[in-house]
Write a protein that binds this ligand. Sequence first.
Ligand code: GLN
Ligand code: ZN
Length: 758
Amino acid sequence: MSKNSYVIGFPRIGEKRELKKVLESFWAKDCSFDEVKKVASELKKRHWNYQKDAGITYISSNDFSLYDNMLDTAFMLNAIPKRFKHLKDEELYFAMARGNQNSVAMEMTKWFNTNYHYIVPELSLDDKYSLNSSKILEEYKEAKELGIKTKINLIGPITFLGLSKRVDRGDTFELLSKVLPIYEKLLNELSTLDDSVIVQIDEPIFVKDNEPKVLSLIKPVYDRLGTISDNLKIIVTTYFEHSNEATKVLTKTPIWGIGLDFLYGEENTQALEEIANSGKKLIAGVVDGRNIWKNNIQNTLEILANITKHIKKDNLLISSSCSLLHSPLTLKYEQKLDSSIKEWLSFAYEKLQEITIISKIFFSGLESLDSNEIKIYEENINANHNRKNSTVIHDKDVQKRVNSFDKFSRNGKYEERIKLQREILAYKDLATTTIGSFPQTPEVRKSRRDFKKGEISQELYEKAMKDYIDDCIAFQEECGLEVLVHGEPERNDMVEYFGEQLKGYGFSQNGWVQSYGSRCVKPPFIFGDISRPKPMTVDWITYAQSKTSKIMKGMLTGPVTILNWSFVRDDLPRSEVSKQIAVALSDEIDDLQKAGIKIIQVDEAAFKEGYPLRTNKIKEYEDWAVRDFKISVSSAKQETQIHTHMCYSEFNDIIKTIEAMDADVISIETARSGNELLKIFKEVGYKQEVGPGVYDIHSPRVPSVEEIVKQINLLLEVLPKEQLWINPDCGLKTRKYEEVKPSLINMVKAVKQIREER
Ligand code: GLN
Ligand code: ZN
């Protein structure tokens, strides 16, 4: 075993997504809950053993969850929303997560700036909390029976409250006096488990710009939690950014250790002196827990050497930067990856070895490595060397072109462009369109799958896609939509589709990462300089255009979204990678318009997801994100109309940034909140055209004509008809044709009715 090696948390979904499969089978009533428990136990056992066998000193329990750790924490506190109170056990737990016949599920939202989503606890002043510690105790005992003494993971009270919502309106922190005693009681119980018990309390909310009011809670909370019992050692961990304001306070509380992320929060080094003076342990996050690249062990040893200028070696623990939950599980099933690319990668399982080796070298020198570890260490040096020099990664031509690319915006001001466009395109006010995708039928999925596997010919595949496009167009014409789309049947996913055609992109076979509950995503990864060997969408779109006399809208995914939904190389700033994608997209737009396409939509569904956690870093992000969106559309002629689409509606903070992107038309999601979210567009005097969603596509419900008329009238109270487009909230790919057809027919009827009235 290595000395002082530490893992914040481990993925739980399983290397073959066993947890996903058993949960979904249980929900479908195809197996019993005992079966779920059995698989869960096997997974926990396997994951503990992986860590033990890799020589990790500090291994977690209670990092496992059947759905989500925030939900588990709500469960632990018995913070059960009223609508679920009559249920119990697993029925209750999964109803809270997923809803049931009678009650909607609890809300779900993104965990900081990751693609993991947690369940938002619902609290209220008249709640009565009580401790339910059984899961935590059982997991500890389960590991102990296997001979593994774990540290126990908890989500801290301040983060828990900060990420919850009050159903009775008001401040969640008002509930601290109710929640804290439960945590105290829990720690008391935990202290009886063993002679000495370590508890890791995650407080990632400390990496945000917290108000003084929130910061003032840290000292009293951790003074109390730190003095529950002499045999308890409390570690408070943060990740994804620096947490200097909180660290300063924590050093003055009786906790045992502080865990900090030195990769995504380099500024954490500013707190080293204070930590050193406090004599506390420092859990140094130096192995990237949310990316897929092999650690550069030599660089990491340098980071550690710098840390030891302040902190005594004996007080250091070597750790992952955050829970490994955010990286895929293991490389062992990757058979198709090019071996030179595979040698650059490291998933959760492989990261365990890196942590051990780094800690061994750091504490006991190279000579302490066994022969297998020496081999891994040497491979590590080689891989990093090769990565620096590989021609697969570094493409001189791309670099030259991107560095000298200086077309940062389109020709012509918006006012001039829109005049030209409206002349040429001749669309009416309240023009109707959709966001791009139409339902992905089982047949279309099957054709794509069969083609990928080589089971059907290119010809057959193309025919299947074209048949779909034909039908899709026929329907749109029939129902009277004005700006048409081809329906995106050829796309499995809006990022993967482009990744597959761009040079510099790689794909794993099994690199699944939990997104929420049983759902996983398999993000493609950017390993090298990005370029576009040939047009990516032109054939499909021109085919579609040839089938209709109406305007066919070209459909691309924007640079920032492609970036934010991929694993990104760590040897180049994100802003540069994004610029490379943008330049490639600008060529695509040029080709599309040369092929006669007059409207092109560049989706930026994930634009907001890339926002930094710290306010002082927002401007930098916005600057390059806007720059790259504008680069990608810079080739568009004045008369080519550029649309963009964003899947949310909270624009208050970013409206000026959205305006600066200078798209001619933006479609957004607003249906669920009437015209509320549109108001900001009016307030700031937003000039460009806007397509606020008029019905919610997340529900199978078909909206009536009257309903949509009402919704459009609400929109018209805010913006004039000259500025509005009418469309659904988002793409229709997850819906069924039976739902989509009547909904769109009603949407078109509603517009017709309104045009007649006005
Ligand atoms: N054009 C994409 C679609 O309709 C946009 C999807 C999205 O915004 N998430 O599917
Ligand atoms: Zn959307």
